[in-house]
Design a protein around this ligand. Structure first.
Ligand code: 13P
Ligand code: ZN
Length: 270
């Protein structure tokens, strides 16, 4: 059996969480990540027949039964993942129609997966239903995206339109737009269901006055999406309240999307 601490998935998780912390997206225990792993990926590092504990999830997700996830722990600090992966991370296999998670590795102090496990699992199911290559759900509290939430209307169309105007790359990186949810109590099945509903349409979902959820085929891709939304939000906040002398106009956004050949939400343009 190989040493799991040298596995590509633990190494990448350590690197990504460290970067997210340093970028100010994940203060204290803020944020969480889950990564879908194939049995072939985990088997060289784990005896998959050895279940350490079973943990109830409080929801059902039959389509995820038997799937393996690397997931951050509740209350764990992103700043500490690289130094203490076995305590801050866990590998679980979804069982019993989604009602239970079988712990195979990690959460060594007796802890468990993130309180946002429902939103993660429901989002995985939603993304997989539209993109079988999706692997990652990433939640964080990026500063400027949050600041923008307080001074901008919270609806999919206008939020997306503003972000697209802030950086030329935006409409190319997230041509489908960004979904926006109102403020809701986090950690619940309700916010999980609402997030998953948006995730059928968008890979990026803003949780009003809380943070951002991003999906991707890899940690790199989800990270890049957060980065791009956050950069656009930063430009918005830095220019908010100042006279707008120049902007990227809708015909220019249209020309950009068409030139890059992306399928974009034309109805989000005026
Ligand atoms: P956890 O520590 O349970 O992952 O919660 C952090 C968070 O960001 C809640 O939305
Ligand atoms: Zn959060």
């Amino acid at each position: 059996m190989n040493d799991i601490l040298n596995s590509p998935f633990i190494s990448e998780m350590a690197e990504i969480t460290s970067n997210m912390y340093r970028l100010g997206w994940n203060e204290r225990n803020g944020g969480n990540i889950s990564v879908l792993l194939g049995e072939d990926e985990v088997a060289p590092y784990l005896d998959v027949t050895r279940v350490l504990r079973t943990i109830p999830t409080g929801f059902e997700a039959p389509e995820l039964t038997g799937k393996y996830f690397l997931v951050t722990g509740t209350g764990k600090y992103f700043r500490r993942v690289a130094a203490d992966p076995e305590n801050t991370l866990g590998i679980v296999r979804v069982a019993d129609g989604g009602r239970t998670a079988e712990l195979l590795w990690g959460f060594s102090d007796g802890g468990k997966f993130t309180s946002e496990f429902p939103a993660h699992m429901m989002s995985h199911a939603a993304r997989l239903s539209v993109d079988s290559d999706n692997r990652v759900i990433m939640h964080c509290h990026p500063t400027y995206t949050l600041a923008m939430n307080y001074i901008h209307p919270l609806d999919d169309r206008s939020f997306t339109h503003t972000l697209w105007q802030m950086c030329t790359e935006c409409i190319v990186v997230f041509p489908e737009g960004v979904g926006v949810l109102p403020w809701m109590v986090c950690g619940t099945n309700e916010i999980g269901l609402a997030t998953a509903e948006k995730m059928k349409e968008y890979r990026a979902v803003v949780w009003g006055m809380h943070g951002l959820y991003c999906a991707g085929k890899s940690m790199e891709e989800a990270f890049g999406l957060v980065e791009t939304v956050e950069k656009a939000a930063q430009i918005f906040v830095l220019t908010a309240g100042k006279p707008r002398v120049n902007t990227i106009r809708d015909p220019e956004l249209r020309a950009l999307a068409e030139s890059f050949g992306v399928s974009y939400r034309a109805d989000f343009l005026d």
